[in-house]
Ligand binder design. Structure first.
Ligand SMILES: Cc1cc2nc3c(=O)[nH]c(=O)nc-3n(C[C@H](O)[C@H](O)[C@H](O)COP(=O)(O)OP(=O)(O)OC[C@H]3O[C@@H](n4cnc5c(N)ncnc54)[C@H](O)[C@@H]3O)c2cc1C
Ligand code: SF4
Ligand code: SF4
Length: 395
């Protein structure tokens, strides 16, 4: 499949891998969704074969993937906790790894300095940066892979933080580029329902009559979990709105969703070394925490070191905790097989999913679910047929 087909059929998830492998490809970071501009072939685009590699030695869960240990971890640093998305695990773990000189840097997504409603990708090398700039979920377009090429000029070991599609692309890149492979110590993945278009937050701000020129700072998940969208204005005033309003009523609307996200089996970011999400089962109690799926034993010593240093409060959790906390992601996977089947077989798009257990998951659905999900898949396919490319079409 050529890249123009991936983009024109709205199947590009904007990882940026193609422009990394072929620097002549321009990568657009304006418009609704990030995507490459040029007509070319990229046989490494993870869309052709979206593969999950098998990890042996571990427990396996059909819905959220393989795991070695499961935790609910909460940062003990009140400043990080108040600014991070869930339990501040990612920010505080990176803080610890950098301070202890276990890593030399981390590739992360942060707010763009001069346009805080947009994102920028940064390689953080100094733990002090995180004292002032706690990380949090950035619910707008981000392509962390575009920064990875800078590692080629750097010495040392790095952590990469990204969504399932980012990690899938990095996994491919590591196979074809040994230099990058040796620079990445491990990967941290975030659970992901979908990544809203650039227009989503712009429409929200317009709805609230907030002008971009007034904004000094914008955090999507500020304050006590699950947090608020918080805006600081240049005149010193502040605006805040509950995440529980902003996500379902604006950012999650289907018009802001990349079509490819509705076809994504990797909401739990199964190829990362650690995958992190929200403990939605604790919403009534408002108890913050990061659900942490440690995928393999290799990286457990780093986590143990952080736990020995008393950085987090830690609770062991079981698979049921994750399933109950992530019903939306579980249902997405339960619905996936007929969507994928229709798209692949009726539209003759030459792509494949490997290792995602979709047939086994489908078999576990009740008869009623199978009927319901098949009908939804049919509507999904109609949407695909009627869909105009979200990006400017390529020839
Ligand atoms: C688009 C999106 C969709 C999500 N969907 C879900 C969901 O369905 N269910 C769920 O439980 N959790 C979801 N999350 C993850 C959740 O919001 C938290 O990021 C996660 O729980 C980690 O929290 P934390 O406090 O440990 O991390 P924090 O300390 O808040 O750190 C957040 C980390 O996420 C990275 N990051 C932020 N935005 C992006 C981005 N756009 N692309 C790549 N990396 C990014 C940052 O670099 C940072 O390292 C989503 C996050 C995003 C960005
Ligand atoms: S999914 Fe990634 S590699 Fe494929 S076309 Fe889009 S940006 Fe390029
Ligand atoms: S839903 Fe999947 S494809 Fe979409 S941004 Fe999240 S991980 Fe990437």
């Amino acid at each position: 499949m050529k890249i123009n087909e991936v983009v024109n059929k709205n199947l590009c998830f904007g990882c940026g891998l193609c422009s990394f492998l072929d620097p002549s490809i321009e990568f657009s970071q304006t418009g609704d969704f990030n995507h490459p501009e040029a007509f070319t072939s990229c046989f490494h685009c993870p869309n052709f074969i979206f593969r999950k590699n098998k990890v042996l030695q571990n427990h396996d869960n059909n819905y959220f993937g393989s795991f070695y240990k499961l935790f609910l971890l909460k940062s003990r640093n009140p400043q990080i906790l108040s600014q991070a998305s869930s339990g501040g695990f990612i920010t505080d773990f990176l803080f610890f790894l950098l301070k202890a000189q276990i890593i030399d840097g981390a590739i992360v997504t942060i707010k763009a300095v001069d346009k805080p409603w947009e994102n920028q990708i940064q390689i953080i090398k100094d733990y002090k940066f995180l004292e002032k700039n706690s990380l949090h979920s950035r619910y707008t377009q981000a392509s962390p892979l575009i920064k990875v090429k800078e590692l080629l000029k750097m010495k040392g070991k790095y952590v990469f933080v990204g969504k399932g599609c980012d990690i899938a692309s990095l996994t491919k890149l590591r196979k074809v580029n040994p230099k990058i492979n040796e620079k990445i110590l491990f990967t941290i993945g975030i659970f992901c329902a979908h990544q809203p278009s650039r227009q989503a937050i712009l429409d929200y701000l317009k709805d609230k009559k907030i002008k971009l020129s007034q904004i000094k700072d914008l955090n999507f998940r500020y304050g006590s979990w699950p947090g608020n969208l918080k805006i600081k204005f240049k005149n010193g005033e502040e605006f805040s709105d509950s995440y529980l309003n902003v996500w379902p009523n604006f950012l999650a609307k289907s018009k802001y969703r990349n079509f490819r996200c509705d076809l994504c089996p990797d909401g739990f970011c199964e190829q990362a070394d650690l995958s992190i999400g929200d403990p939605w089962i604790l919403l009534k109690k408002r108890e913050a925490g990061s659900v942490v799926i440690l995928r393999n034993s290799k990286f457990y010593p780093y986590l143990q070191k952080a736990l020995k240093n008393n950085i987090f409060s830690a609770t062991k959790i079981d698979p049921a905790f994750i399933i109950k906390s992530q019903q939306a992601l579980v249902f997405k996977k339960k619905k996936m097989l007929p969507r994928f089947f229709l798209l692949k077989n009726l539209s003759k798009i030459n792509f494949s999913y490997e290792g995602w257990n979709l047939p086994q998951i489908w078999q576990q659905n009740s008869l009623l679910e199978k009927i319901k999900f098949s009908l939804i898949a049919f509507l999904f396919y109609l949407k695909f047929l009627l869909n105009k490319p979200a990006k400017s079409p390529m020839k």
